[in-house]
Design a protein around this ligand. Structure first.
Ligand code: COA
Length: 255
């Protein structure tokens, strides 16, 4: 039985984690299915943005603790867990996390692996791993610290403090907070807006923003400049600039 649901909606796709009885805990099976689903959508050029969500009660309550409790370190190593997380982060297609309810541990790391997070008022963000005697292992100590700063990251990771959606917004972890019932609709709206922009430019812009996190300012600026020239050379740029002067909507082809 599938643990990931996929819906196509024009130029966007919606991928929902579907293990409701375990609050979408990220089992080995779920992560495998999620990564292969996302890779398949990535190959479809008609999909220009993807929404990744859970349910209203939980985006994901972390790694599957039952599975972890039964695994040895070498089991985890053979499951090639890190490669799966790298595959998500390496997607070209923009990924919008739609977070409602619990977003804990690996769930929070998964949301942070997306390009931006839309959260409902009910969302709760936390990295509770030290309470289980382990630590975040899918980028939590690094991405959370870069997103919210050392003080808050230490508080969340060491004391188990959970952030409300509003606190997460103030700290820079999430991009938008919406009413509980709008958690999925708003994320779709954001994905649709992204999907209407020039696809080549969108990918280059996403790559450039990512650079800001793992390079110096001068290296990042150099990469941005080259990305701009590449975008400028695209048919999309010609179409976008011409459409503006002709007062019409651009028709981007992703070329
Ligand atoms: N892995 C496996 N199962 C999980 C899970 C996880 N990370 N999180 C929740 N579940 C399961 C529970 O075992 C429970 O199953 P059961 O009905 O068979 O007992 C079900 O999901 C519902 O969870 P429950 O704890 O009853 O719901 P709650 O609303 O009282 O509490 C949480 C919700 C998220 C606060 C609580 O489940 C929790 O602390 N989960 C673990 C979070 C965590 O430490 N994540 C990091 C993992 S490394």
């Amino acid at each position: 039985m599938s643990v990931v649901k996929v819906e196509r909606d024009g130029s966007i796709a919606v991928v929902l984690l579907d293990r409701p009885d375990q609050l979408n805990a990220l089992s080995d099976e779920l992560m495998d299915e999620l990564v292969s689903t996302l890779k398949e959508l990535e190959r479809d050029q008609a999909v220009r943005a993807i929404v990744l969500g859970g349910s209203e009660r939980a985006f994901a309550a972390g790694a599957d603790i039952g599975e972890l409790a039964q695994s040895s370190a070498i089991d985890l190593y053979y499951q090639r867990r890190i490669e799966r997380w790298d595959a998500i982060r390496g997607l070209w297609t923009p990924l919008v996390a739609a977070v409602s309810g619990y977003c804990l541990g690996g769930g929070c790391e998964l949301a942070m692996s997306c390009d931006l997070i839309v959260a409902s008022e009910s969302a709760e963000f936390g990295q509770p791993e030290t309470g289980l005697g382990i630590i975040p292992g899918a980028g939590g100590t690094q991405r959370l610290t870069r997103a919210v700063g050392k003080a808050l990251a230490m508080d969340m990771i060491l004391s188990g403090r959970r952030l409300t959606a509003r606190e997460a917004l103030a700290a820079g972890l999430v991009a938008r907070v919406v009413a509980k019932e709008a958690w999925l609709d708003e994320a779709k709206r954001v994905a649709r807006a992204i999907s209407e922009k020039g696809p080549v430019a969108t990918r280059l812009a996403k790559e450039s923003v990512d650079r800001a996190f793992d390079s110096t300012l001068s290296t990042g600026l150099e990469a941005e400049r080259r990305a701009l020239y590449l975008a400028f050379a695209s048919e999309d740029a010609e179409e976008g600039l011409t459409a503006f002067t002709e007062k019409r909507k651009p028709e981007f082809k992703g070329r």
